[in-house]
Every structure is written in structure tokens, then in C-alpha cells.
Write a protein that binds this ligand. Structure first.
Ligand code: SR1
Ligand code: MG
Length: 427
């Protein structure tokens, strides 16, 4: 189907047509050589939306990512604008400026064909797979904490010129269809029996019914949706989960920012932490013998801690050294001899991001277990009873984050909850 999909002059690539279609591009020839006959393409996309090709030759390799005019996960019954590729390109080049070296290099962008030729990251693998395998990455938490702080701070009115930030706000505001996916799939659908939802049944039926009847949860989920849709604080990655991160032992790269939009700073942080917490709860389905992955669980919880502490430290550093935007100006604080006021305001901002992040983490956990788009960490647990047991812990954990986010004192309390739930039998 992908080969035939077409709209206007757009036409989806296929492994056989890549040489003929892209053979004249300087960006391809520079990296693969001009002997198109020696190019070998394979389609490796395992995400929910797009085509992803690795093209290699004896000389080198590139990745070609192309949007399809529909949601790949569902099929052509769910059309989706090709323009998401434009937003991904614009987000990638901004992220590359704001946190150099943390995103794949972009070599070519074709708006009409909705394709991006980008750096082939090798031997990188998707972080989710690594978390399933039980592999540690010493630089991961620091890299991700800095990425969040740098991109979120530098894309905001704390740093940017007002005119530039407003132009970007307008540019990314057009990413309507992908926002719509997040607005429905993350904040609304999990909390009622929406048509595309699924969950591990019948094991989770009773808990799911309880959550969908939970008035406090449903109110807080919509408060969080209100924050997502109305608080345009910074340029978000918009889909920052562990499937959007590629790793080696030494390197960390953040990919796939096609959901980029202006929104609250806590959104990216919360989504990211949620995916580590879920990976932690999923370990029981991947360990050989009960408790065999205890040390790995502890490592994942350490990663969460280090992501947040690195984020807070880096954000603090940027606040003190790069606060050149219109918000909390030095003219009002430091220049008046009120440096302490700037520190007080920083503390308030970090507290607000933290509280938001916990709430967004909670809904992200819920949607990955109750909604349309599930995660490999749980999906690869073959035994439904075992999967449901892990998912149930995550659901209860997520509910606590959403409803009590403003009253949770700190990461230690969350870690204790995760550890306590690990020992309980909920489903
Ligand atoms: C219909 S798209 C479902 C999910 O896939 C993407 O990766 C996003 O997370 C989206 O919510
Ligand atoms: Mg993606």
C-alpha cells in the first residue's frame, strides 16, 4: 500500500524506487556515492506513523524518513497531513542549535515529498529495546536532562527575542492534526471507552472500570489537557518517549519531533519520566526469575532521579546566564540589586514544571495501557496475566501522579511508591 499512496505530486517511496527517486540529490550522493546501483535500501519504520528507510552503499549510509498521508498504525481510514514532516524538520534544526549534537543531522528536506534525509545513527538502537534487554547507559540521564533544559529554556520567552518566539509560536500552531492526536489519545480517550482503545482483558477490566469512574482523575486529566492546549511556554518535542531516543553505550540522540508545538515545559519532561517508570514496572515480564532485574529497576529509578536533577541544574544555570528574553528580566531583578528575587522566581518556575511533569507523566502512563498506542515494554510480555500485573501497578502509580501531583513532596516519595507497588499484587 505504501508504494502506491499518493496525493498531488507526492508519492510514497519504496525500497526499489529510492535510487531512481533520490539518486540526483547531492545530499545522497555525497554520503552514498554516485553509483546508484550499489545503494541498498531497507524499510525499518516501527513507529506508528511514517516510512523510515536506511540506505547504504559501500561508501556510507543515510536515513530517509517520509511521512505517509495516513496513520500507519491504523491505515488509510485515518488520513494525516504530510505537513508533519515540515514541523519535524523545523523542530530538528532548532533543537540542533539549542542542544548541539543531541539530534540527528539533517542533510536534505523536501516539503512536497514530505521527506527528510538525515544522519544514519549506527550502531544506535531505540532506547525502548535497550530497556527491555536490561542494558545500562551511563550518559543517558545527563544527556536527556540537559536536552530538556536546553531546548525548553532556549525555545521560550525566557531566552528568545519576542518577535522570533512569536513567529515560531505561529509556525508550530499549524501542527493541528498532530496536536489533535495528543489531545484525544493522551488526555481524553483513555478515560472512556473510546472506539480505538484497547487494554489487557479481562485481567484489567475491573481496574479500568474503576479508573473510568474516577471523577477526580477525569477532572484532573482535563485540567492537564487545558494546560497542554493553552500554555504555550516553549517549543516542545511533543512526543518525547523512549521510542524517540536512540542510544549506544556512549551516545544519546533524540529523534522524531514531528509533534512539535508550543506548550507547557513540564510536558516533555513528564512524558519522558513516564516512559522510564513504565519500563521499570515492565521488568517483571522480562526478568529470568523473580527479582533478577532488581538492580536494573533501581538503575531505571536512578535515571529518573538524574534526569530531573540534571534538568533542574541546567535550567538553573541557563536562568542565571542566558535569561535574555522578556520574562523575569535582569532589569527588574539583578540590576536593581534583587538577585534573590530572581532566585525565588526560578524556584517557583521549577516547582511549577515539576508539578506539571508529574501530571503529564500520569496521563502518559494511562494512555499507553488503556488507549490506542501501547509500548513495547508491556506488549512484549506474552503472558497476559503477567502483563496485566505489571500494567496494573503502572495504572495505580499514574493515577497517584495525576491526582496528587501538587502534593507529592519529591522524587523520594515517588520512588517509594514505585518500590511499594512492585511488591503488591493488584490485577
Ligand atoms: C495515532 S499515533 C499514536 C501515537 O504514536 C506517536 O508516536 C505518538 O506517541 C502518538 O500519540
Ligand atoms: Mg514518533
Amino acid at each position: 500500500m505504501a508504494e502506491e499512496a499518493a496525493s498531488g505530486s507526492y508519492s510514497a517511496l519504496g525500497v526499489e524506487s529510492i535510487g531512481a527517486r533520490l539518486g540526483n540529490l547531492v545530499a545522497m550522493k555525497e554520503r552514498l556515492g554516485s553509483d546508484i546501483g550499489s545503494w541498498r535500501a531497507r524499510e525499518v519504520g516501527d513507529g506508528n506513523l511514517n516510512l523510515v528507510f536506511i540506505v547504504e552503499s559501500p561508501v556510507g549510509g543515510v536515513v530517509v524518513k517520509q511521512a505517509l498521508p495516513y496513520v500507519r498504525l491504523v491505515g488509510d481510514s485515518w488520513p494525516l497531513p504530510l505537513k508533519r514532516s515540515f514541523f519535524e524538520y523545523h523542530a530538528l534544526i532548532r533543537q540542533a542549535e539549542r542542544d548541539p549534537g543531541r539530534v540527528p543531522g539533517v542533510f536534505h528536506f523536501d516539503v512536497e515529498q514530505a521527506l527528510i534525509v538525515q544522519e544514519y545513527l549506527t550502531p544506535h538502537i531505540i532506547l525502548r529495546r535497550s530497556l527491555i534487554a536490561g542494558t545500562r547507559h551511563p550518559h543517558l540521564a545527563g544527556d536527556l536532562g540537559r536536552f530538556c533544559a536546553r531546548t525548553l529554556f532556549r525555545g521560550s520567552d525566557l531566552s528568545m527575542k519576542a518577535a522570533d518566539r512569536k513567529a515560531d509560536l505561529a509556525l508550530f500552531a499549524d501542527n493541528v492534526a498532530l496536536c489533535d492526536i495528543t489531545e484525544n489519545l493522551v488526555f481524553t480517550d483513555p478515560y472512556f471507552a473510546a472506539p480505538l482503545n484497547r487494554h489487557t482483558a479481562p485481567q484489567l477490566d475491573a481496574l479500568v472500570a474503576r479508573l473510568r469512574a474516577d471523577v477526580d482523575l477525569k477532572v484532573e486529566a482535563q485540567h492537564l489537557k487545558t494546560a497542554f492546549t493553552t500554555r504555550a511556554e516553549t517549543l516542545l518535542h511533543g512526543d518525547l518517549h523512549t521510542g524517540s531516543v536512540m542510544v549506544t553505550g556512549e551516545d544519546t540522540r533524540v529523534i522524531d519531533p514531528e509533534f512539535a508545538v508550543y506548550g507547557p515545559m513540564g510536558f516533555d519532561v513528564g512524558m519522558l519520566l513516564a516512559n522510564f517508570w513504565m519500563a521499570c514496572f515492565a521488568q517483571s515480564g522480562h526478568e529470568e526469575g523473580e527479582g533478577a532485574r532488581d538492580a536494573y529497576r533501581a538503575w531505571i529509578l536512578d535515571v529518573v532521579h538524574e534526569i530531573w536533577s540534571t534538568f533542574a541544574q541546567t535550567f538553573t544555570h541557563l536562568w542565571r546566564t542566558e535569561r535574555t528574553g522578556m520574562l523575569y528580566p535582569a532589569a527588574l531583578y539583578e540590576d536593581q540589586g534583587h538577585a534573590m528575587a530572581a532566585e525565588q522566581a526560578l524556584h517557583h518556575r521549577l516547582q511549577a514544571i515539576w508539578t506539571d511533569a508529574l501530571g503529564f507523566a500520569g496521563v502518559e502512563i494511562h494512555r499507553r495501557i488503556l488507549g490506542l498506542a501501547h509500548i513495547a515494554e508491556f506488549e512484549t510480555i506474552a503472558d497476559p496475566a503477567q502483563r496485566a500485573a505489571a500494567e496494573a501497578k503502572a495504572l495505580v502509580f499514574g493515577r497517584h501522579l495525576v491526582v496528587n501531583r501538587a502534593r507529592i513532596p519529591g522524587l523520594a516519595a515517588i520512588r517509594s511508591l514505585a518500590e511499594r507497588l512492585e511488591g503488591e499484587n493488584i490485577a
